[in-house]
Design a protein around this ligand. Sequence first.
Ligand SMILES: [Fe+2]
Length: 276
Amino acid sequence: MEIKLLSGALGAEIEGINLKEVNLGNFKTVNDLLLEHKVIFFRNQDITPEEQIELAKLFGPVEEHAYVKGLEGYPQITRLIKDADEKNQWGEGWHSDVSYNVTPTKAVILKSIKIPPVGGDTVFSNMELAWDTLDDEIKKIVINKKAEHYSLGAGFFIDNYKHFESNGNNSEEYSNSHPIVRTHPETGKKILFVNWTYTKNIVGLEKNESIEILNKIFEHQSRLDLTCRFSWTENAVAIWDNRSVIHYAIADFFPGRGLGHERVMDRIAVLGDQPF
Ligand SMILES: [Fe+2]
């Protein structure tokens, strides 16, 4: 096995592991890599939807998306299709997946099926480092506070991207509060758990102060030295620990440059536990 670090902050590309051969017996190796690097990448993995589901189940119960209908025959898989003429991309803007749920996603396994020749990288940021390096004054203010995460409603996911269909559930916006600093249930490390897309206010603070502090945190957690960037190829698999990273799908599909290509990915999410 060879481990190539993507940056000084997080992320590793793993060579020498065939994801078809990961099972209960050797799962610990993969999980340890995930806990250490927070996002791990595997290239040239020709796994089937069934194999992707089996891999996900090793991490825990598979979660269906709050709003978006799954793939025909595989309701656990959300197929993310960006048409050639579509400029938006699902996952633009910093976020952790479904942080608005009572039990936000634990991990995501994303497999690329069709990838443009250029554009559409994904960037990840390490929220354990973000907490460690956060300004002490802000730490003091937020350490025992919760923030409210809003689901934005089905329209956010369905209306902007023509390929997504509603699964008929929860079309209204809802919210849940989580500790701003959560504890990783497996490593015990402290993690900054807010994100620009879904976190709208700090519980117990006056509105202006809440916005001011959140904006400072959002700026901090997107610092480039906390990030790594992955350039996709077809049949690549990313597994990220959705508890300890935020991510950003770059939509650099500009006319005359990357625009005009289809991009297809299969996403499976693993159910997490309630942040504490
Ligand atoms: Fe995402």
